[in-house]
Design a protein around this ligand. Sequence first.
Ligand SMILES: C[S@@+](CC[C@H](N)C(=O)[O-])C[C@H]1O[C@@H](n2cnc3c(N)ncnc32)[C@H](O)[C@@H]1O
Length: 272
Amino acid sequence: MNTGTVVKPQPGATAVERFVNRLLRPVGRLVLAFPRRQVIPPEIPDSGVYGIPDDLPRLYQPWFSPENASLLRPEVKANTLLSPEKLYSLRQMARTSIGVPGDIFEAGAGSGGSTRVILDVLQEAGSTKRIWSLDTFEGYQKIDPAKDGAHVQLAGCRCASLADVTRLLSTPNQQVVLIPGLIPGTLSQVKAQAISFAHIDVNLHEPTLASTEFVLDRLSPWGIVVFDDYAWPATYGARTAIDQACRSRGLNVTVVAHTGQAFLINSPRSAR
Ligand SMILES: C[S@@+](CC[C@H](N)C(=O)[O-])C[C@H]1O[C@@H](n2cnc3c(N)ncnc32)[C@H](O)[C@@H]1O
């Protein structure tokens, strides 16, 4: 997720604009404020293709439909920084990958809301795949200003405690392994032979690079990775890490319009 200079989900919106947006969202209208405070860091080589969203077309927004109400239930909503749109694409991608062999990996459990949504997918499918979910559970503990920029602060993005997240995710017959500590150091505790689905949401360059490389080295054919922050300027360090890891393996990501996520499908080379 984005932090620092960019306010999500409406970057740069004033409190009044955010309030109006919240009121109007359920009826399908969104008055998106101009991102006055949104800064494209000079380190981004192709900054000219970052847009300034001024409005959204009135498209179908299934994340607000009654059949998707579980995405907005208090248990999820109160424990995630992800917008309904992001939760929707995350869940759809997790559903799509359900038949792929392997475990599930998440870097950046935060308060556990995104993990909860992935867990719901396993429960609805009757799958007992393991979820390995990593976080410091204490916010940012290490930042590289040269790669992450000046907008992220140590201890920023602090979410719920490990104990609270454990409570949120404890579900009979499901195995969620929470691994506290600093990525990349904790990756060796992930005992997954193969990964079918991954969600990478740690915002910063170093843990994103290490997590992406870890996942890509184990991703099953037709496995899927969702990158939370790919297109958000404030988390450009994550994007440069993802690009580095994917390019060196000849893999492409696809940006999800509006949410700023990106996804990757590990299609066999012959199908690309
Ligand atoms: C945007 S939050 C995750 C949000 C979460 N997925 C949700 O549903 O709200 C990013 C998380 O990355 C974690 N993080 C950042 N750097 C990390 C590192 N090197 N190792 C482990 N966790 C890290 C932070 O503690 C924070 O909880």
